[in-house]
Design a protein around this ligand. Structure first.
Ligand SMILES: Cc1ncc(COP(=O)(O)O)c(C=O)c1O
Length: 359
């Protein structure tokens, strides 16, 4: 058992040159109180051409304190356990940047999974150790992950997983946390669509655990670009040190605060999507050319059909875009279909019912 892994052990895995890094100190770091004349940040004193939005001539809070406080209250964590990124893609990038020495260190991923882990690793010239999920049930090969983790700095687990839609079993993730020495990132971009509480309640037990969530899915704010990493305050401090100083713009911060006042609206959408997901699951299953509809805890469904590329093209001709995942490992002939509004799902099913194999 590896219950003795401490935050000091994890911080030893940070790239050595970053450990003593002095971050950029912005004008807003050096003075963060209230004043009536600001001549410290070389901003435009007149405002901006956007007359209705004159405060955009000023730089935003680099620490996003107001958003973090509101989010911390909603999620039951401390603001010090929160990093905000320009999408969770930024958190993915920064975690690899912080822990993986180029041409030396590796991350471990469990395909089929979200593509950006591998792309970000490639950008940083980090290696990628792949331990595929089990075929069809898409669960972790836990023993193999533990064995192979000695070649990796970060283990990336996506739950609910994209593109398969299923949650990874809690006991498997717990075994990985207990028997490896890596940073373990659980990407919960889709957790809001599941009835599972996810891994946030376990943060205090595992200093090596990072949980990623996003405003892009259930919160309906993909266009704002706002992702969240929850972790031990020392890991958050490290990410804050290496991020671009003003990575979350003023508009995103303002809109996030407004959105966070409306959790009830988000909960209603989630309920609707869960209901639609079930309806769509059963309707897809009944189609003659569908081999398998995989169970989903996310806002999309993976479905195996007779000829995925042909059906994909057929849907495009009818103005409906889904994701062809048939070239992804373990996903032969699979399409990933986002759960839409009831009317959209109905149109999708109407079109699918008329599909006939192309000559
Ligand atoms: C599993 C997973 N993680 C992260 C992301 C990126 O989300 P964001 O929009 O916050 O960058 C996605 C986007 O599709 C995703 O599927």
């Amino acid at each position: 058992m590896n219950t003795s892994l401490s935050i000091d052990n994890i911080m030893q895995c940070v790239r050595p040159h970053l450990r003593g890094l002095r971050p950029y100190s912005s004008a807003r770091d050096e003075f963060s109180g209230q004043a009536h004349i600001y001549l410290d940040a070389n901003e435009n004193p007149f405002g901006s051409p956007l007359l209705s939005a004159s405060s955009y001539n000023r730089y935003p809070d680099p620490h996003q304190q107001a958003v973090k406080e509101r989010l911390a209250a909603l999620k039951g964590v401390s603001p010090k356990q929160i990093f905000l990124g320009n999408g969770s893609d930024e958190a993915i990038d920064l975690l690899i940047r912080a822990f993986c020495e180029p041409a030396q260190d590796s991350i471990l991923i469990t395909p089929p999974t979200y593509g950006m882990y591998e792309v970000s690793a490639a950008i940083h010239n980090a290696g990628v150790v792949k331990v595929p999920l089990t075929p069809e049930s898409f669960q972790l090969n836990t023993q193999m992950v533990i064995e192979q983790s000695k070649h990796a700095k970060i283990i990336w687990l996506c739950s609910p997983n994209n593109p398969t839609g299923n949650l990874l079993r809690k006991e498997d993730i717990r075994a990985i946390l207990n028997h490896t020495h890596c940073l373990v990132v659980v990407d919960e971009a889709y957790i809001d669509f599941s009835d599972d509480e996810g891994w946030l309640p376990h943060l205090q037990h595992y200093p090596q655990l990072v949980v990623l969530q996003t405003f892009s899915k259930a919160w309906g704010l993909a266009g704002l670009r706002l992702g969240v990493a929850y972790a031990h305050p020392q890991i958050i401090e490290l990410l804050d040190k290496i991020k671009p100083p003003y990575n979350i713009n003023a508009y995103s911060q303002k809109m996030a605060l407004q959105a966070l006042e409306q959790p009830r609206q988000v909960a209603l959408w989630i309920e609707q999507i869960q209901r639609e997901r079930q309806t769509l699951h059963h309707a897809l299953k009944a189609l003659p050319f569908v081999d398998k509809v995989f169970p989903s805890d996310a806002n999309f469904i993976l479905v195996r059909v007779h000829d995925a590329p042909a059906i994909y093209r057929y849907l495009i001709r009818h103005g409906i875009i889904v994701r062809d995942r048939s070239r992804v490992v373990l996903c032969d002939n699979c399409l990933r279909i986002t759960v839409g509004k009831a009317e959209e799902n109905k149109q999708l099913l109407d079109v699918l019912q008329h599909w006939q194999k192309e000559d």
